[in-house]
Design a protein around this ligand. Structure first.
Ligand code: TRP
Length: 343
């Protein structure tokens, strides 16, 4: 069933980024750049937040959490996110989200969450290792979808751009919202719609698998130019000699290039392949064109890194913009459930 936005309801797009790890060019071209371009061009309200309470589910190393929050935030700002036309904030700065998560948990049946893919995968892994079903599974992991529902419902987002792995979480959010509305006989929460971008680019890593920190195959971009270059040089190719015609099909270097280069640039590289370009030379070209895009982002990143006050100010500003909205909604929720001044 499709959720229809009435024309009077302004589109409110919300998305969260779990702050684990340091962004790499796969994140940059696959998520950050397109989202920044979208937020600059459309007239919907756009909410973008750092999901640090989600991050601590899987990461217990406090300095890794701190580093990731800082680098993810700086990656988005360096890529051109304008905090003045976006609600850009940190999840943990809005305690109303956590309170709402608790209240929503009280109307969410455990059976619904038992069906969560992430939880089921963890249980299956335990089973296949002959361990107790729930071995090392925390309440944080289990209730992940409830916190995510609170993230979305606290601002009554109408649209949530997600990867296909998150569609189930959106369905659960709609279930939870509907359940709350039904129990408390109101229509406080609207049911948000997932937006999935089917032609979103998945950028392969050095070895051709999806670029991901867990495969140790990433090309970083929040780093000095030399390291970016080293990353490109490490892209795995076959061992054909210069002078031998190269195939663009199943060529990792070519696929990575295609994920950011213009059509003219892609065609030019195709021709070089046909002419038997050497891998060293091809990589040099890939690096130069990649570097031309990354350079301004990198310069801004290193500049902002020197100005921790700037980031704190941006996040404080974001929190002060969204807090009144969160407070207003939570006040209604508290009232509906009977948590209010004694009369
Ligand atoms: N679960 C999302 C992910 O891993 C991150 C996230 C947390 C999120 N809360 C959200 C995304 C709310 C959209 C809306 O990608």
């Amino acid at each position: 069933m499709k959720f229809i936005i009435s024309s009077s309801m302004k589109k409110r797009i919300l998305t969260g980024i779990t702050t684990t790890g340091i962004p790499h060019i796969g994140n940059f071209f696959g998520a950050i750049k397109p989202a920044v371009e979208l937020s600059a061009s459309n007239d919907a309200e756009s909410f973008l937040f750092l999901a640090d309470l989600h991050a601590i589910i899987k990461q217990n190393d406090h300095s890794a959490i701190e580093d990731s929050v800082k680098n993810v935030a700086l990656a988005w700002l360096s890529a051109g996110l304008n905090p003045d036309n976006t609600y850009f904030y940190r999840q943990s700065d809005i305690p109303e989200i956590s309170e709402l998560a608790w209240i929503l948990g009280c109307v969410t049946s455990k059976g619904l969450i038992n069906r969560s893919h992430a939880y089921k995968a963890a249980v299956d892994q335990n089973k296949s290792n002959n361990l107790d079903d729930d071995k090392a599974i925390t309440m944080g992991l289990f209730s992940y979808p409830v916190l995510m529902a609170a993230d979305i419902l606290i601002f009554n987002a109408t649209h949530v751009p997600v990867g296909s792995d998150q569609i189930q979480h959106l369905e659960m959010t709609r279930d939870i919202a509907g359940r709350f509305n039904h129990i408390y006989k109101n229509d406080l929460f609207n049911l948000p719609e997932a937006i999935t971008n089917d032609d979103a680019k998945t950028i392969p890593g050095l070895d051709g698998r999806k670029m991901s920190k867990s495969y140790n195959n990433v090309i970083p971009f929040l780093c000095p130019e030399k390291e970016l270059q080293k990353g490109v040089m490490r892209i795995v190719t076959n061992s054909l000699e210069p002078g031998v015609k190269k195939d663009t099909k199943d060529c990792n270097l070519f696929t990575i290039y295609s994920s950011f280069a213009s059509n003219d640039q892609i065609n030019a590289l195709k021709k070089l392949y046909a002419d038997g370009v050497g891998w060293g030379e091809a990589k040099k070209l890939v690096f130069n064109d990649l570097n031309a895009i990354i350079e301004p982002v990198r310069d801004r990143y290193f500049d902002l890194l020197q100005k921790p006050d700037y980031l704190n100010d941006v996040l404080d500003h974001g929190s002060s913009k969204v807090t009144p909205i969160a407070k207003e909604l939570l006040e209604k929720v508290r009232d509906l459930v009977g948590i209010k001044k004694i009369s």
